[in-house]
Design a protein around this ligand. Structure first.
Ligand code: ADP
Ligand code: MG
Length: 701
């Protein structure tokens, strides 16, 4: 009999939710915690002690024996260090203890986490500090407490701290603008995020046979399968039973952790899928996305599957991204990016729309950097993903609204058009006023912006830090202009401010096809950035304009910016270094012996055949000749890669090193791959030391 799922019963059952806190804590304690999470006030120790005691009782009921501070160092993954609740008292008595101090502060050794030079100015010590705005939960017998992570001298060593700072900055600037426009009812704004997550699922057994997948997350060699995604038969196709079973279990796991998983479907590439949650406050959405990625891998494992989160696991088929849906809402429940019935007259909507447009234009480079990684570079600018050029797609209606603005007119909404299907049994429905442009990196989609450049493996912390900060900055500039106008004239005069902003920033608007060469040319004429690779992009982090932005809004200090710059470059070089080593290992130790064995068997075949009969052995000879020529080429390719690797590793300047990996090593690896992939098509499949693209992409039932 099929198991019945009751979502309401499962949802959040492993979470120490706000609701639970409200029920279990004395009222004044609950209010003190709330104040902390809302206004960042300091938590008194007696309050912390009470919360810790209640949290511990709840965690013990859920079977927890340990607790951990859960944080997000600059590795892109989460970190944890488990301590048991156990404490020994005199007479050997065992107690389960958890103090307010342990809840609020932890001291993991920071010395082995990336710090990008920050460590030079502090001791190895690092601190984790409880983030009461993201709920604690119990996982695998441990109470997880979301925390921020900083150095001895208070510098952020993680992604949560700057994210929280950026949310505060946006809150501050947005409320200021709202006040200036007479909206005193709003005391607080929040950014919301829904991140659609793409991934691949393959057989675990096949995965284990591929060193490249295990060590680097992507296939470094492998000839394309005879069939790819050209038939478009996978997109939204029927779920295969094993995939469906996985998704079902995953949903239940996610729900138990209070993650509002909503939509699941097949994606464009074979074996590629997508999961979308309902949006939440940015901070929680980021934590939940990290947890989602972890649970995807764990649940896949249970189903003897491997979940691939790399941005480009397979050459020649689509890579995976993560669409970051982003909006701003007020404490009164209003979505500030909702255009309403008549967007041309919706001053609030236009205010925030223009702020986003200005921010994205002024800081295109930062948005690009926020999604930079060795993995994502394979995707951006390739034919299936948004280009590395940042531009905004608004759709026809908003484009008309702005055109009217530009001409000093007000756009009149003609109401929603109806779609007629021509079949009378079908209901008629309204045509959406924003259509879809899949090629745009930054698209307005109804009542939110969808930033499509993040890669599937990235933490969405960085893109949201940047989004919040750049919009905070344009709101701050707008506020300065509004302040100079008498209150009663603002509502009127703001339209001429909009017009000026539009004049200044309209180059960032692009409604066409972002995948074409014409756009690349056009973008160049418009003076837009086209930062194709990480080493090209990240030096912009240090530009005066960007440093000023971060320090003005107190998102990063100068040394925190420099540390991020270093970590980007270090990670990039290390990633490609590991990939190249893995490739050399696979080719030299697994692939080459197979190749030699096969050549030997052909040679023997020719010898034996011609000894027995008078034969030309023409086919055999031609295959052997092809293999021999390709083997020579491969030999030269390998030698070049090895020599260049030695050069790369001898470079001490971080930027020079990363650039060399980008311009030379990646190219060398492509050459090795070409030779290997060609030879692969000549080798007997069952002798190959690893599973082929065919098996990897098409064997799951
Ligand atoms: P689609 O993009 O496929 O049309 P939706 O528009 O319903 O689907 O939503 C896509 C994602 O955007 C979902 O994760 C959804 O929760 C999120 N989303 C919807 N509204 C908002 C909002 N106001 N802020 C942030 N994310 C949102
Ligand atoms: Mg979408």
């Amino acid at each position: 009999m099929e198991k019945k799922t009751n979502i309401q019963e499962i949802f959040g059952k492993l979470v120490f939710s706000d609701q639970l806190m409200k029920e279990k804590l004395p009222r004044d304690v609950y209010e003190a915690v709330h104040k902390t999470s809302k206004y960042g006030t300091h938590l008194q120790l007696d309050v912390a002690n009470t919360v810790a005691a209640v949290m511990k009782e709840w965690a013990l009921e859920k079977g927890a024996t340990h607790f951990t501070h859960w944080f997000q160092p600059m590795t892109g993954v989460t970190a944890e260090k488990h301590d048991s609740f156990l404490s020994l008292h005199s007479k050997g008595q065992v107690l389960m203890e958890f103090s307010g101090k342990e809840l609020v502060k932890g001291e993991p050794d920071a010395s082995s986490f990336p710090s990008g030079g920050l460590r030079a100015t502090f001791e190895a010590r690092g601190y984790t500090a409880w983030d009461p705005s993201s709920p604690a939960f119990v996982k695998d017998g441990t109470l997880y407490i979301p925390t921020a992570f900083c150095s001895y001298s208070g510098e952020a060593l993680d992604k949560k701290t700057p994210l929280l700072r950026s949310m505060e900055a946006l809150d501050h600037e947005a409320v200021k603008v709202l006040r200036l426009l007479g909206h005193d009812e709003v005391t607080h704004v929040n950014t919301t995020v829904g991140s659609e997550q793409e991934y691949f699922l393959i057989h675990k057994d096949l995965y284990k046979k591929r060193k490249d997948l295990v060590l680097t997350g992507r296939t470094l060699i492998g000839a394309p399968a005879p069939k790819g995604q050209e038939m478009d038969d996978h997109y939204f196709g029927v779920l295969k039973p094993r995939v469906s079973a996985f998704m079902h279990d995953l949903d239940e796991e996610l729900w138990a952790y209070g993650i509002p998983a909503k939509t699941k479907h097949n994606e464009v590439a074979p074996s590629q899928h997508e999961l979308a949650p309902i949006f939440e406050t940015s901070n929680i959405a980021v934590d939940h996305n990290q947890l989602t990625m972890e649970l995807m891998k764990k649940v896949a494992d249970k189903h003897n599957l491997a979940c691939l989160l790399h941005e480009k696991p397979f050459a020649g088929v689509n890579g995976s991204g993560k669409h970051n849906n982003w909006s701003i809402s007020t404490n009164t429940g209003k979505n500030l990016l909702s255009p309403g019935k008549d967007p041309g007259k919706n001053t609030l909507f236009l205010t925030f729309l223009m702020a986003v447009i200005a921010g994205v234009d002024d800081y295109q480079d930062l948005l690009r950097i926020s999604v930079a990684s060795a993995g994502n570079d394979h995707r951006l600018g390739a034919n299936e993903a948004p280009p590395a050029i940042v531009s905004i797609f608004l759709g026809d209606e908003l484009a008309s609204v702005l055109k009217a603005l530009d001409h000093g007119k007000t756009y009149k909404s003609e109401g929603k058009e109806q779609i007629e299907t021509g079949a009378h049994v079908l209901p008629h429905f309204d045509r959406d006023t924003t259509d879809r442009n899949r090629t745009s990196p930054f698209a307005f989609t109804g009542n939110k912006f969808e930033f499509r450049m993040p890669g599937s493996a990235l933490s969405v912390a960085n893109p949201n830090i940047i989004l919040n900060t750049i919009v905070a900055e344009s709101l701050s500039q707008l506020a300065a202009k509004l302040e100079a106008i008498p209150a009663e004239e603002r509502e009127d005069k703001i339209y001429s401010i909009f017009k000026d902003m539009l004049d200044e920033h309209k180059r960032i608007l692009f409604n066409g096809d972002g995948y074409t060469d014409e756009w690349v040319e056009e973008a160049k004429r418009r003076g837009l950035f086209n930062l194709k690779s990480l080493p090209e992009a990240v030096p912009q982090l240090l530009s005066k304009k960007n440093k000023d932005l971060f320090t003005k809004h107190q998102i990063y200090t100068e040394s925190e910016i420099e540390s991020r710059y270093e970590i980007y470059l270090e990670n990039y070089a290390k990633t490609i270094h590991i990939e190249a080593l893995t490739m050399l290992d696979m080719v030299k130790r697994d692939f080459t012996p197979t190749l030699f064995k096969y050549m030997k068997s052909i040679a023997e075949c020719i010898r034996e055949k011609t000894a027995v009969i008078e034969a030309s052995a023409g086919y055999e000879k031609s295959v052997l000749k092809d293999l021999d020529t390709s083997a020579d080429q491969l030999c030269a390719d390998l030698k070049k890669l090895e020599d260049d690797m030695a050069d790369a590793e001898s470079k001490s300047d971080l930027l020079a090193k990363a650039s060399y990996y980008q311009s030379t090593i990646l190219k060398d690896m492509d050459d090795v791959r070409q030779s290997v992939d060609f030879i692969e098509t000549l080798l007997p499949e069952d002798e190959l030391p690893y599973p082929t693209y065919d098996e990897l992409l098409f064997s799951l039932r």
